[in-house]
Design a protein around this ligand. Structure first.
Ligand code: SDX
Length: 433
């Protein structure tokens, strides 16, 4: 017998189906609620609302669990690499050798941009934020791949995924070079995914950049950790845009825009700016903590807290360890790491943070590693987008497969003016309403 929930309202009872997930998460299906009762639900920020059933990623915020297609993030971090994780997320299983070779070849053969796309960079002011350029360039890519922008068959989706995952690196590197007035550096077929990204960013025509093996591994690991996170703001944006029938590239471009916000993927840049403020002496750690606790201030501790994790973000644990490892192999010193560790210690022993279950999230330590590698602050969210891209593609595929497009269109509760008539300007009162 299917389990149901009972809603009692206006002296009537409504039976609502209960949905139970793989890990026993419970949901009440309200898809027929308005038709049967005339009521909608109200849940600003969708804190309590599931938008879909998904098989891609599972998180348990209370226990700090994150699994891609059932595989724990710690195991993938130790044993896998970013391209294998991309395959896992998009296709639902770890790739065979044949699949891996085919996808790697597609990535290699799609690393270049169409030469005319290069001129688009000249249209941006030199100090443009790279997230603005990335979102625009990904959308522009659909003009060069009009058929693959709306992939249907598995092979079309595989090719479209390879175009996006390969070219996002080139777009990132070219926007970095453009900001420095340096010549674009082209990809090399023999380089791995992360190696090519760093090569295209940091090499010069007269001086190739030697990628330290530990740095290559660190960037690949960071991309794995960012690859997906179920229905976060930017992924939900990708799914919402996909639901209108928009193409994959346009949906990804919208996801990049959503990720940019400082409460979401832009928090890695904001966290470093917070640590820099403290390091500059303009404000000390205790004052920042005080501001973060002050209900009147809109300030939040950047890189702290999470809508889902009410425990230590498993990705932050790995990134904290990785930051120390990268610092030691590069013999890199950064006072911001000591400030971050002090901030974490103080916050985690402060009742305000303990009561609200606020812990470091994925954005708290990642910026320190990017800094050690020489990535500029405004490119931190771009690196987040590169990592998140396979997750966005997987969710676009899940939302659109079997042609089951369902236009996302939330309802609202209207609280504005009651009905009123038009007033000619000659009759409008002069006092400001
Ligand atoms: C990402 O969703 C995902 O999966 C996202 C992500 C992914 O992989 O896609 O994990 C990536 O976006 C991580 C989050 C990055 N953002 C930040 O680091 C920005 C700082 N964090 C906060 O703004 C906040 O924690 C949010 C926005 C991330 C989550 O906020 P919620 O769940 O909406 O929680 P809330 O605003 O309702 O806060 C609950 C309480 C409030 O206090 P009270 O009203 O109960 O007194 O906790 C407080 C908040 O004021 N609070 C914080 C805080 N975060 C929450 N107080 C100080 N500093 C913070 N960082």
């Amino acid at each position: 017998m299917k389990k149901t929930a009972t809603l009692k309202v206006d002296n009537r009872e409504y039976k609502l189906p209960v949905v139970i997930g793989t890990e026993k998460e419970k949901g009440i299906d309200i898809s027929k609620l308005r038709a049967e009762s005339g009521y909608i639900t109200l849940d600003p920020g969708y804190t309590n609302t599931g938008s879909c059933e998904s098989s891609i990623t599972y998180t348990d915020g209370e226990k700090g669990i994150l699994r891609y297609r059932g595989i724990p993030i710690d195991e993938l971090a130790q044993k896998s690499d970013f391209i294998e994780v991309a395959d896992l997320l998009i296709w639902g299983s770890l790739p065979t050798k044949v699949m891996r070779k085919r996808f790697t070849d597609l990535l290699t053969n799609n690393a270049l941009l169409h030469e005319s796309l290069k001129h688009h960079f000249e249209g941006f002011p030199f100090d443009s934020h790279p997230m603005a350029m990335l979102s625009a360039m990904v959308n522009a890519l659909s003009c060069y791949h009009p058929v693959l922008a709306m992939p249907h068959s598995s092979s079309e989706i595989e090719k479209a995924a390879a175009i996006l995952i390969s070219k996002i690196r080139t777009i990132t590197a070219f926007s970095y070079k453009m900001s420095r007035g340096e010549p674009f550096i082209y990809p090399k077929s023999e380089f791995s995914y992360a190696e090519n990204l760093l090569h295209m960013m940091f090499s010069l025509p007269h001086e190739p950049y030697e990628v330290h093996p530990e740095v290559k591994r660190a960037v690949d690991l960071i991309l794995i950790l960012h690859a997906d996170h179920e229905q976060n703001c930017s992924t939900s944006t990708v799914r919402m845009v996909a639901s209108s029938g928009a193409n994959l590239f346009a949906s990804i471009s919208a996801g990049i825009a959503a990720l940019w916000g400082h409460l979401h993927g832009g928090a890695n840049q904001a966290a470093i700016e917070m640590l820099e403020d403290i390091h500059s002496g303009s404000i000390d750690v205790k004052q920042y903590i005080k501001m973060a606790k002050d209900k009147k201030s809109s300030f939040r501790l950047m890189g702290f807290g999470h809508r889902v994790y009410k425990n230590y973000d498993p990705r932050a644990k790995i990134l904290k360890k990785l930051s120390k490892n990268v610092f030691s192999v590069l013999k890199h010193k950064d006072p911001l790491l000591d400030i971050a560790l002090e901030l974490e210690d103080i916050a985690l022993s402060d009742p305000y943070f303990i009561e609200r279950k606020l812990y470091p999230n994925v954005d708290f330590y990642s910026g320190l590693i990017y800094r050690a590698i020489g990535v500029p602050k405004n490119m931190f969210p771009v690196f987040f987008a590169i990592g998140r891209l396979p997750g966005w593609i997987a969710h676009w595929k899940e939302a659109t497969e079997n042609n089951r497009l369902q236009l996302a269109r939330p309802r609202q509760i209207y609280v504005g003016h009651a009905k009123q008539n038009y007033v000619p300007i000659s009759k409008r009162s002069t006092k400001k309403s």
